[in-house]
Write a protein that binds this ligand. Structure first.
Ligand SMILES: Nc1ncnc2c1ncn2[C@@H]1O[C@H](COP(=O)(O)OP(=O)(O)OP(=O)(O)O)[C@@H](O)[C@H]1O
Ligand SMILES: [Mg+2]
Length: 237
């Protein structure tokens, strides 16, 4: 049987708010293969961050199974989950989440530091990763000396440095102007063309359409899962 990179089987995340039950994820199933570029799209409150946190091993579902590379994430200890987050997943956030008192090199080295990689190799790999995003000549700059688009590129370099199986981007262009958003999206597409698996979370159809495959979530359920062309015809039209 073909093993998927990500396999979600009937995922529920239910919050009990007094008398009211909130079904943030209400039976979500899909799989994603290595090498795909997928957008998960939906309105505010539809359950995107909830499913992203589960995929990113930042949270666990109330019910359902999540297999990453064939391994049951639900059966993992906290230490194992931390290791998955560190080694298998590269996170990109809307607000970049760079540490302001560290230069770019140190910021990008962080995942390797947590992974126990030695100093010389950390420097080398972080410098290479920054070069890949076009920032190889400003390694010693501080984050606040960069534009928003450059800071997002640093966060992409940090996501890439550990050579993760999956890059998970939550509203990666949410804080950027349209020209810079374009650059970041083109860069993510280039990374996908080079073989990286990319999942972008967005509320914006025009960004979702940049991916080859779109999964639309509404009220915690998948209401569309298919090619971008079909999405354009069936959902947006
Ligand atoms: N910790 C929590 N406790 C209670 N309800 C929650 C919690 N987290 C999320 N929810 C609810 O679950 C639903 C889905 O939330 P989620 O954050 O996944 O939406 P989203 O699609 O990411 O929205 P946005 O686009 O605004 O970020 C919402 O109704 C939200 O209020
Ligand atoms: Mg969200």
């Amino acid at each position: 049987m073909q093993e998927h990179l990500i396999e979600l089987q009937d995922i529920y995340k239910i919050y009990q708010m007094g008398e009211v039950e909130v079904r943030a994820n209400d039976g979500i199933s899909f799989s994603i293969d290595a090498g795909e570029m997928v957008a998960i799209v939906g309105k505010s409150g539809s359950g995107k961050s909830t499913i992203m946190n589960i995929i990113g091993a930042l949270d666990v579902p109330t019910a359902g199974k999540y297999y990453l590379n064939g391994i049951d994430v639900g059966s993992m200890s906290d230490d194992e989950l931390a290791e998955i987050r560190n080694k298998q997943i590269g996170f990109i956030f809307q607000q970049y989440n760079l540490l302001p008192k560290m230069n770019l090199l140190k910021n990008v080295e962080l995942p390797l530091l947590y992974a126990g990689v030695g100093e010389a190799e950390r420097h080398q790999r972080a410098a290479e990763s920054l070069a890949r995003v076009g920032l190889g000549d400003v390694l010693k700059k501080m984050p606040n000396q960069l534009s928003g688009g450059q800071q997002q590129r640093v966060s992409i370099a940090r996501a890439l440095v550990g050579n993760p199986s999956l890059i998970l981007a939550d509203e990666p262009t949410g804080a950027l102007d349209s020209k810079t958003s374009r650059e970041v999206l083109d860069f993510l597409k280039k990374l996908n063309a080079e073989g990286n698996t990319i999942v972008i979370i967005t509320h914006d159809n025009s960004i979702a359409l940049e991916a080859k495959r779109i999964i639309r979530i509404h009220d915690g359920r998948v209401v569309f899962d298919g090619a971008a062309d079909a999405y354009r015809k069936e959902v947006i039209a």
